[in-house]
Design a protein around this ligand. Structure first.
Ligand code: NAP
Length: 281
């Protein structure tokens, strides 16, 4: 019988997950169908009960449900617990297990696409929202040594510094002005905010005047493929890394959780690029 998988989010109309997962299922020869379900926040618990009742084999979870969903499922793995959010659910014979593939997907992409040893780099994280937590957790689990976090709302940085302490990683907070002044101290700058995302493509989270040539500027945003932040970094001799790899890798890792099969990343990436009207980035 054809298995059913899905995405729980609100809204979900523009999601590219159905496109890449349905293609991956047919490409590896698994009979399955992946659909996007638009779930209002007050219906989330019922939707989760529905997964069990209908025998849906697995789900992705996206904005705004990644945190709230944790209280409705049966088990959460250690990584998702540390991140404090779930983006993947596996229905294991009626038991719903939560994982989070966002951070690991990001770190994989950063390493593969920049070809750099990241363990000895000085990191700057811009932003302290859900995506930042996923990325920081994955970087700490991978083993980075030096981390600075800046965010508009400074209070949100504190729990992330606590997390870094658990991994014995040096971590500091800084204001935007402090970071801009000392930008040449960082080897990898990661924009985890939504600043620069379509349609506000002329916005950038930082002034990059003091960027060190050769530093890596990385953006979680993949629409546009090249944000203003990345374009400016390139002009100043920086290397750019876009969010498309994170999106593709988190999807591929979810697919592996559900099926045990590794899908073709390049094929997924090509589909996303085609959909975004881009070529190579
Ligand atoms: P979130 O939890 O709402 O966090 C948003 C972050 O952006 C916060 O740090 C927020 O600062 C900051 N921010 C937003 N608007 C700002 C502004 N005008 N000025 C200064 N700071 C601002 O969102 P999220 O889930 O972390 O997602 C963040 C971004 O990551 C989005 O663009 C999303 O598309 C992208 N993302 C990409 C992938 C991928 O697969 N490539 C996966 C997940 C997320 P405050 O704390 O001060 O509000």
């Amino acid at each position: 019988m054809e298995k059913v998988y899905g995405l729980l989010g609100h809204p979900v109309g523009h999601s590219m997950s159905p496109l890449i997962h349905n293609d991956a299922f047919s490409n590896v020869g698994i009979k399955a169908n992946y659909q996007a379900f638009d779930v209002e926040p007050e219906m989330l618990e019922e939707a989760i009960t529905g997964i069990k009742a209908l025998g849906i084999a697995g789900c992705n979870v996206t904005v705004p449900h990644k945190i709230a969903v944790m209280k409705f499922i049966d088990e959460v793995d250690e990584e998702a617990e540390q991140i404090g959010a779930v983006n993947t659910i596996v229905n294991q014979n009626g038991k719903l297990i939560g994982h989070n593939t966002d951070g690991r997907g990001y770190v994989q992409s950063l390493i593969e696409e920049t070809n750099e040893d990241i363990t000895n780099k000085r990191f700057l994280i811009i932003g302290a929202g859900g995506a930042a937590r996923g990325v920081i957790t994955a970087l700490l689990r991978y083993g980075i040594g030096d981390l600075t976090i800046t965010n508009r709302t400074q209070d949100k940085i504190e729990p992330l510094l606590e997390l870094a302490k658990m991994f014995q990683t040096t971590a500091n907070r800084a204001t935007r002005a402090e970071v801009e002044q000392n930008l040449d101290q960082f080897d990898v700058l990661i924009n985890t905010t939504s600043i620069g995302m379509s349609p506000r493509i002329e916005d950038s989270p930082l002034s990059l005047e003091n960027l060190r040539a050769g530093a890596i500027a990385s953006d979680l945003i993949y629409n546009p493929l090249k944000t203003k932040f990345l374009k400016e970094a390139q002009v100043r001799g920086g290397k750019s890394h876009t969010g498309i790899g994170m999106f593709v890798n988190q999807a591929a890792l979810s697919f592996e959780h559900w099926t045990g099969v590794r899908p073709d990343h390049n094929r997924m990436r090509k589909l996303v690029l085609e959909k975004l009207g881009g070529t190579i980035c």
